[in-house]
Design a protein around this ligand. Structure first.
Ligand code: HEM
Length: 241
């Protein structure tokens, strides 16, 4: 891939995606709160939704946190207890299992959305585009596993992680690290960033709320105080009807 295209796709595009993701989500929340929902179709037909949605969400949530922690944790924090090669193997096995669960679930969801007349009729174009995009993204992620198996020393994984860390910490030099990465890795990265780009315009906004509900764990108790007036005994009872 020519250098200018690499710079555009992996040096500039990430910031466009992140800016649209954060600013777009804020604007959608501010202007369109009634559209801010997962848009569940459970009431229309439960059927394969139960297996499809659960398998998909278990897989994709694991992958989300796996990418977040695996890519963005600086190497020096874990190098004392796990080497790059072992970390790559762990990522390939756990990510592979989660990816297979996720793609089975997503295939069920996609099949249901395209073939069930009630679900199809109530689907927005963005619902269908999103499912296809996530399906291709999962397939590309799984396709990287045999490629990674050709170099088990973890060096490519380290370079990809370093690229991610440089992007989120606004440091230069990340793009050059991708020189030896194959097109499957690059396509997976490009589509991954595109998920952030389209996020505010789809039902994906429910992911913010999903994580937001964790705030309930830390929420202070609700205090309910009885209204007591300082009146002589017998006078602070509510009047009998
Ligand atoms: C943060 C935790 C999350 C919660 C609580 C959550 C919850 C839900 C709920 C309630 C639905 C409606 C469908 C159903 O009834 O199962 C749904 C649908 C969906 N979610 Fe999530 N979700 C979460 C994270 C994610 C993530 C990380 C992704 C992908 C990046 C995702 C992608 C989707 C998609 C594509 C659908 C539509 C599936 C369909 O075709 O019906 N969700 N989610």
């Amino acid at each position: 891939m020519t250098a200018w295209l690499d710079t555009l796709l992996f040096g500039i595009y990430p910031y466009i995606c992140l800016a649209v993701f954060f600013i777009g989500s804020l604007i959608r929340f501010d202007r369109d709160q009634y559209t801010w929902k997962s848009d569940s179709s459970q009431l229309l037909r439960t059927g394969s939704l139960r297996w499809g949605s659960n398998l998909f969400h278990v897989g994709v949530l694991f992958l989300f946190f796996g990418h977040f922690v695996g890519m963005l944790t600086p190497h020096f924090i874990y190098e004392h207890f796990i080497g790059a090669g072992a970390k790559q193997l762990m990522a390939m096995v756990s990510g592979g299992i989660a990816g297979v669960l996720g793609i089975i679930g997503l295939s069920l969801l996609l099949h249901r959305r395209l073939t069930d007349p009630r679900i199809r009729a109530t689907s927005k174009t963005s619902d269908i585009v999103l499912l296809w995009l996530l399906w291709i993204q999962l397939a590309l992620g799984l396709a990287t596993i045999p490629l990674s198996a050709q170099h088990m020393d973890g060096s490519m994984m380290m370079r990809l992680a370093e690229w991610g860390q440089r992007i989120v910490t606004f440091r230069t030099g990340g793009v050059e690290l991708l020189a030896g990465a194959g097109w499957v890795f690059k396509a997976h990265m490009f589509l991954g960033m595109t998920v952030f780009l389209i996020f505010p315009f789809t039902r994906l906004v429910h992911v913010w709320s999903g994580f937001g509900t964790l705030a309930y764990v830390l929420r202070p108790y609700q205090l309910v105080r009885a209204r007591r007036l300082n009146l002589p005994a017998g006078h602070n009872q509510p009047a009998a009807k």
